[in-house]
Design a protein around this ligand. Structure first.
Ligand SMILES: *Cc1c(COP(=O)(O)O)cnc(C)c1O
Length: 367
C-alpha cells in the first residue's frame, strides 16, 4: 500500500480532457493576464459562494493582505485571530502594522471560542478574523453577534473551507470580506498559486481590483498606490474548469469522513465533532490520538502518509515572540498541537484505502 496524504494526479487523470482544453484555450488566445478568463471565474466563484462579488488574486495570503490593507487600520489596532491556524491568518494583520490578538479554540470544533473572543476584545479591537479550520465553519452566529455589539469588522479566513456552510449560508458571505486560497492541495486547487476575495460590497470589490493592479484605474493612471497581486489566466481557466465539480468533491469528502468516523468508533482515536448548524467540507480530517509522533512514523512505514495541522500554534512561533506568550497561555490549542493527526483525505481516496488507514492505526495500538 502507498497512500498519499493528498494525491492530485488522480483528479487530473479523471478530468484531463476538460483541464487540457482550458489550458490550450488560454495559450491559444494568449490570455495570460487581464483577460476574460478572470472575469468569468470571478462570476462563477461569487455565485458558488452566494456573494455578489469575487476578486481573483495571486494567492490566499495576498487575499488576506489586500483585505486588511483595504481596512485602513493604524498601528496599535487589534485583530482577533485563532492561535491554532496557519500562520497566514496572523501575518495578514501584522503586514499592515496591526496587532494580532491570539485567542484559544473551542475544544470540540477547534474553531475560535466565542467566549474567549468576547474576553479578548479591548477598546483597540477593530476586527475579528475567524479561520474556518479544516473546512468547518466557525460559530458565525456568535461571532457576528459579538461583532455587531462591539462594532467590529468580520473578515473570514475561508482558505480551507470552499463551500462549507453555517446556518444554510456558505462561508465567504458572512462578513466584510473573505479570503480563499486555491493552493494546489486545497478543496479547489489551482496548478500553481491563486486566491480570491469574496464580498457583498461592490465598491470594495472595485477598490480591491485596483489594489491588485498597481492601484491603477486605467493604464498608467494611478490615483492610489497598489501592488501586483493578480491571478493569471491559466489558473483562472483551470479553476473555472474544476469549479463545477467542487460540490461533488466536497460531498465525497463528507462521505469519506463519515466512513473514517464510523470505522474509528471502536478505536482509540477521537474523531472530529461536526457542529450540526453547518456542513463542513473536510479539507483536513484530523483525529486526536495518543503517542502521535510514534503513530505517524508507524503509519509512514506501512505506506500511509499523514500530516500535522499544526505542530506549533501561532503563539509559540518564534516569529510572534513579540507578543510575549509562553506555553500554557492557550491550553486547548497546545493540547491539540500535541495530539492531532491528519489522515489522508481527498475525493479520489477509495473506501478500501480508508479501511487500510484505520486498520494500520488500530494495529499500532494493538501491538
Ligand atoms: C492555505 C491557507 C492560507 C494561505 O493560502 P496561500 O494560497 O498558500 O497563500 C491562509 N490561511 C489558511 C488558513 C490556509 O489554510
Amino acid at each position: 500500500m502507498d497512500i498519499q496524504f493528498v494525491d492530485l494526479r488522480k483528479q487530473y487523470a479523471r478530468y484531463r480532457a476538460e483541464i487540457d482544453a482550458a489550458i490550450s484555450r488560454v495559450i491559444g488566445n494568449t490570455s495570460f493576464v487581464e483577460c476574460g478568463e478572470i472575469e468569468s471565474f470571478e462570476r462563477d466563484f461569487a455565485k458558488f459562494c452566494g456573494t455578489s462579488q469575487a476578486v481573483a488574486v495571486s494567492n490566499g495570503m495576498d487575499a488576506l493582505m489586500l483585505i486588511f490593507e483595504s481596512l485602513g487600520l493604524t498601528p496599535g489596532d487589534e485583530v482577533i485571530v485563532p492561535t491554532n491556524s496557519f500562520i497566514a491568518t496572523a501575518l495578514a494583520p501584522s503586514s499592515v502594522g496591526a496587532k494580532p490578538v491570539l485567542v484559544d479554540c473551542d475544544p470540540r470544533t477547534y474553531n475560535l471560542d466565542p467566549a474567549k473572543v468576547e474576553a479578548a476584545v479591548t477598546p483597540r479591537t477593530k476586527v475579528i478574523c475567524p479561520t474556518h479550520l479544516y473546512g468547518q465553519a466557525a460559530d458565525m452566529d456568535a461571532i457576528l453577534k459579538i461583532a455587531a455589539e462591539r462594532r467590529l469588522t468580520v473578515v473570514e479566513d475561508a482558505c480551507q473551507a470552499h463551500g462549507a456552510t453555517f446556518g444554510g449560508r456558505r462561508v465567504g458571505s458572512f462578513g466584510y470580506a473573505a479570503a480563499f486560497s486555491f493552493f494546489p492541495g486545497k478543496n479547489l486547487g489551482a496548478y500553481g498559486h491563486a486566491g480570491a476575495i469574496t464580498t457583498n460590497d461592490g465598491a470594495l470589490a472595485e477598490r480591491l481590483r485596483r489594489m491588485r493592479i498597481f492601484g491603477q484605474t486605467e493604464k498608467y493612471v494611478h490615483p492610489t498606490k497598489g501592488r501586483n497581486a493578480r491571478m493569471d489566466g491559466l489558473q483562472a481557466a483551470i479553476l473555472g474548469a474544476k469549479l463545477p465539480h467542487l460540490d461533488e468533491w466536497n460531498a465525497r469528502r463528507r462521505q469519506l469522513a463519515a466512513l473514517y468516523t464510523d470505522l474509528l468508533s471502536s478505536h482509540p482515536a477521537a474523531t472530529p465533532f461536526v457542529d450540526p448548524r453547518g456542513e463542513p467540507v473536510f479539507h483536513v480530517y484530523a483525529v486526536q490520538v495518543e503517542r502521535r509522533d510514534e503513530l505517524m512514523a508507524y503509519m509512514k512505514s506501512h505506506g500511509v502518509a499523514c500530516n500535522i495541522h499544526y505542530p506549533i500554534p501561532i503563539h509559540l512561533q518564534q516569529a510572534y515572540a513579540e507578543l510575549g506568550h509562553s506555553r500554557g497561555d492557550f491550553p486547548e490549542a497546545e493540547r491539540l498541537s500535541d495530539c492531532l493527526l491528519s489522515l489522508p483525505m481527498y475525493p479520489e481516496l477509495e473506501e478500501a484505502e480508508v479501511g487500510y488507514v484505520v486498520k494500520t492505526l488500530a494495529d499500532f495500538y494493538r501491538r
